[in-house]
Design a binder for this molecule. Structure first.
Ligand code: PGA
Length: 274
């Protein structure tokens, strides 16, 4: 006799896979300040052996010194890459900074702008981020603008004001853009690197709210196309349930993207191979 619980699980699994297969996801690996030449090479050799997705986009964000490896090894691949940060000026006396045209020179299609670590550890203001977003767009680089509230702002229910402010300021200089020009990443600060992932219900509610705000900033229909990624302790054990939530277009993955096998498992799950 077939076990009822087993059957229920099976039905759930098949239904989940069908939904996942019908959606396209943007899967971004934010390696932060990790890996060395050997590790980057290993990762790229392994990922180059994998079949390429026909529905999802994978983008890698290595530390800047390894961008040349991306350019060399991903030349014939559908896997894209970007820079973790850049400066808004084209050139000049800005010691330690990298300009958008330099990132473009290395084949970067994307730039992560305003990650919470940049905001908190390097004091990047919303005004500075709006200049960076503008500079990306002027140079044909798609910015991934990160927004997110801290724990105190979430528990005191002020997160909506915070997210609205970050979106309005970040996009202040580029209101004429089309939805396909940018990506938003919602990363609650309390979930980044902490193991405390937001629940699917919380992610859905917050992404729906972000969509509403985006619709007021970019007034044409294209605002509906802006991908909204979720980031914060995403791993293979929780990615699927969040992927099913409304308005979740993909993921910005830190810790779990460092290990090739874990990252591959996540990519496979988002392919509908559960
Ligand atoms: P995490 O980082 O996945 O390690 O929480 C996400 C991020 O900071 O982009």
């Amino acid at each position: 006799m077939i076990d009822k619980q087993f059957l229920n699980e099976l039905v759930k699994k098949v239904a989940t896979n069908e939904i996942i297969k019908s959606k396209s996801f943007f899967i971004a690996a934010n390696w932060k300040m990790n890996k060395n030449t050997k590790e980057v090479n290993n990762f790229l050799d392994l990922i180059n052996k994998e079949p390429q997705s026909s529905k999802n986009t994978i983008a890698l964000f290595p530390p800047s010194p390894y961008l040349y490896l991306m350019r060399d090894k991903l030349r014939y691949s559908k896997i894209l890459y970007g820079i973790q940060n850049l400066y808004s000026e084209a050139s000049g006396a800005f010691t330690g900074e990298v300009s958008p045209n330099m990132a473009k020179d290395f084949g970067c299609k994307y730039a992560i702008i305003g990650h919470s670590e940049r905001r908190s550890l390097f004091f990047e203001s919303d005004k500075m981020l709006s200049l960076k977003v503008e500079a990306c767009l002027k140079n044909g680089i798609k910015p991934i603008l990160c927004i997110g509230e801290n724990l105190e702002e979430r528990s005191s229910n002020r997160f909506m004001d915070v997210l609205k402010f970050q979106l309005e300021c970040g996009l202040e200089r580029v209101k004429a853009i089309k939805g396909s020009d940018i990506i938003i990443a919602y990363e609650p600060v309390w979930a980044i690197g902490t193991g405390h992932t937001a629940t699917p219900a919380l992610v859905e509610e917050t992404h729906n709210y972000i969509r509403k705000v985006l619709n007021t900033i970019i007034v044409d229909e294209s605002s509906k196309e802006i991908p909204i990624l979720y980031g914060g302790s995403v791993k293979s054990s929780n990615v699927l349930e969040i992927a099913l939530a409304n308005n979740v277009s993909g993921f910005l993955i830190g810790g779990a993207s460092l290990d090739f096998n874990e990252f591959k498992t996540i990519a496979d799950l988002l392919e509908g191979k559960n």
